[in-house]
Write a protein that binds this ligand. Sequence first.
Ligand code: IFM
Length: 473
Amino acid sequence: MPASFPPAFLWGTATAAYQIEGAVREGGRTPSIWDTFSHTPGKVEGGDTGDTAVDHFHRRAQDVAMMADLGVNAYRFSVSWPRVQPTGRGPAVQRGLDFYRQLVDDLLEHDIRPVLTLYHWDLPQELESAGGWPARDTAYRFADYARIVADALGDRVDMWTTLNEPWCSAFLGYGSGVHAPGRTDPVAALRAAHHLNLAHGLGAQALRSALPARAQLSISLNPSVVRARSQSPSDLDARRRIDALANRVFDGPLLKGAYPRDLFEDTAHLTDWSFVHGEDLAVIKHPLDSLGLNYYAPAVVSDATDNRPDGRSERKDGHGASDHSPWPGADAVAFHQPPGERTEMGWSVDPSGLYDLLRHYAREAPGLPLMITENGAAYDDKPNADGSVHDPDRVRYLHGHLSAVQRAMADGADVRGYFLWSLMDNFEWAYGYGKRFGAVYVDYETQVRTPKSSAHWYGELARTGVLPPPPEA
Ligand code: IFM
């Protein structure tokens, strides 16, 4: 019996502005924290930057036509804040907004549903210089920016996402420092997490007041599927600590209007959390129309109180090498690589994690539709002599994860769509261009795009809604 997805299922691909657009100095755009970070020696592998990226800013129309040829019916992209509101304050720049208006018009012309993310990590540098996410004011600046974009595109975009993966912004940006702005201050990371939550709530309020009633609001989280290495009380407690910092610090306020009490206890030696104001929690718990979930691999943890990981060599949490922990108050937790297949990122291939994640949120947020807003894998793809690019590992990865989605749906999870990360190879943050996540291969010298075999496979699935039998190993 064919394994069909519902006819209204969204089949998309996803990208982010800084990873693909380039044109960083055009149209009045000012630098974001990622421009500053990537131009700082030693921060990004190979000294790569997003200056040109894959030149999507100039190849927009061609890229949309390519998506249409593939057969997808949705596209998740992000708006570059410093392109539409340089410096993060004051009036919008029309040329910046025009780019996104044109992009959305191109998508709609091809019957591709635009799914817009307001913030995928490119904070205007001027706002960082004024304090960045650890400063409360940044949340209010974000709400103003949300209003600008809603006023400009609300007549043609129905699906709105406030933030992408606030965990990375807070804990990689301000804790371990492997992401922009590269600060390594555990308290700043916790403050950033709260102000990102507040920005989401204030942004959602601004969107709701500016958008037509049909607009759907969401946020994309990257929850960790955290597994304890053993059932010993200390390993289970390590699991609890990481779960609090990876997941409940965000979904607690978002879904329940409260921070987890154990998180406050675990971090009491660092901060009294007085940066959380009484009224904030009601703002953050703004009603959502769906919850976006990004999933790549699970984490396996154990207690390391007597054997504290010492930074670079020991900390195998899959989030880059740093002498500083992205886990404030939970440094004495060791991360383990489970045996088995891994992607080029070193992340394990484990579709059961996606199943568990969907089932978890189906229970935690009953009645709230779920959307997989990112899933995919990096592999060392290379063109054949005839120019074609075969990526059977990625096809197997996608098949395994989509089977897990189907199982979760059969077991009651209300999943409305799936967005493959990523449409095309692009700037993979601190790894530069060395890691290829695309369904479409990009020759970075010529900017020529070549759909890989996974793109054809995925397009066929998007057109038919029928998951074919597993590819042969
Ligand atoms: O490339 C990133 C994306 O920007 C956010 N989620 C994870 C992807 C792969 O690392």
